[in-house]
Design a protein around this ligand. Structure first.
Ligand code: FES
Ligand SMILES: [Fe+2]
Length: 398
């Protein structure tokens, strides 16, 4: 594998400024943390580690399908825009701007009438799933021409609700492949989970596409000193990037050792992470006998889906499905199910997030453009960043 060349450290003579002004906005309705967002009132330097724009003609996860029962109004800010997402009486999904056309109250605080009309909580305007006002209870009841809100395509696939926020027509064939979640084995699938991380989503993509950090941030559970030295390969299939890390003759890290109680003392540890633009990943990870195929080993398929809340905050959805299960013992497998869910949440929330959020603060406070020094283990992040930037550029006509 070729080592990426270190980037120059000198900033351009005229740093570009990017202005953000975010207000506190507690997300509600779904499981997970709902901490207030930080206020970022100063203009920020545009930093090379994060793209200045989102890819818009793409599907982003709004939540797990089971969270959208009919009539439940879910507020979720995505790509910096407040949305209300809900299921109609006929089971279809709708996504509207969560800002009434009258006095801009959140429609998510209202209610669904007759399974199809979203009534604003403030003065009762009612909107259909296309965002058109269809009932004005006041005065002559005339509906002003501008009484409409933006609507977005929303679809359910792989037990996930997806929203398309671009101006191009929504392309259902572009929904990332998570067919692993269509009929997962219940006993071997962990909780469908969610946390929010106060950072740009690309810092989390960098984290997930360079799993060398498992040795340091997750030592003992997901990585150890034997997994630092790994063979890394990066492959690209269309716009998808596959990052393969393999460590041989390794002592199995704790979680994987538990899956396979009579594992050999030394094993091959593998991670195969697939990035699907703009921000979803499937990882196959585990241990296997030295020189043996991954499929003969034991581990899990890790599902990671990121949705930018805004430039400084990210919705992070995750679950895992075990493979190579070594025993039919239900009590053992039930305990593994609970442990894997708890371990992964701990790893992301208590080990990854504090560092990533601190990284974001360091970027925010920088008074110069920061060019990261690149290491060989950055081959995966470097590749996905290149593809993502190309896609964003192509979308903006650049
Ligand atoms: S703010 Fe919605 S009807 Fe007035
Ligand atoms: Fe991590």
């Amino acid at each position: 594998m070729n080592a990426p060349v270190n980037a120059p450290v000198n900033p351009p003579s005229t740093p570009r400024l990017k202005s953000y002004r975010l207000s506190a906005d507690a997300e509600g309705g779904l499981a997970g943390t709902a901490a207030d967002q930080p206020r970022v009132d100063q203009p920020l330097l545009e930093q090379p580690m994060v793209a200045g724009a989102f890819l818009r003609n793409a599907w982003y996860m709004a939540g797990w399908a089971a969270d959208f029962s009919t009539g439940r109004l879910v507020h979720r800010t995505m790509l910096g825009e407040p949305l209300v997402i809900y299921r109609l009486g006929d089971g279809k999904l709708a996504a509207l701007e969560d800002r009434c056309a009258h006095r801009f109250a959140p429609l998510s605080m209202g209610q669904l009438i007759d399974g199809c009309r979203l009534q604003c909580p403030y003065h009762g305007l009612e909107f259909d799933a296309a965002g058109q006002c269809v009932n004005n209870p006041h005065g002559s009841r005339k509906i002003p021409e501008k009484a409409r809100v933006r609507s977005y395509a929303a679809r359910e696939k792989h037990n996930i609700v997806w929203v398309w926020m671009g101006s191009a027509e929504a392309d259902e064939t572009a929904i990332p492949d998570f067919s692993l979640l269509d009929n997962p084995p219940a006993l071997h699938t962990t909780k469908l989970d969610y946390i929010r991380i106060q950072s740009n989503y690309q810092l989390i993509l960098d984290n997930l596409l360079d799993l060398s950090h498992t040795t340091y941030l997750h030592e003992g559970i997901l990585g150890n000193q034997d997994t630092v030295v790994s063979d890394i390969r990066v492959e690209q299939e269309g716009n998808e990037v596959l990052v393969i890390r393999e460590a041989t003759n390794a002592t199995p890290p704790g979680m994987f050792a538990q899956f396979w109680p009579d594992h050999p003392p030394l094993v091959d540890k593998f991670t195969r992470m697939r990035w699907m633009p703009p921000s979803t990943m499937r990882l196959m990870t585990g241990i296997t006998g030295i020189g043996q195929p991954c499929e003969q080993g034991s581990g899990y398929h890790a599902i990671h889906l990121l949705t930018p809340e805004n430039a400084h905050s990210t919705h992070y959805f995750f679950t895992a499905i075990r493979f190579g299960v070594r025993t039919e013992d239900e009590a053992f497998n039930r305990s593994m199910q609970t442990k894997v869910a708890a371990m992964r949440r701990f790893a992301f929330e208590d080990q990854d997030a504090p560092v990533i959020e601190a990284q974001q603060r360091n970027l925010n406070s920088a008074n110069r453009v920061l060019q990261p020094v690149l290491l060989e283990c950055d081959a995966g992040p470097a590749r996905y960043q290149r593809v993502l930037r190309q896609l964003i550029k192509a979308e903006s006509g650049g």
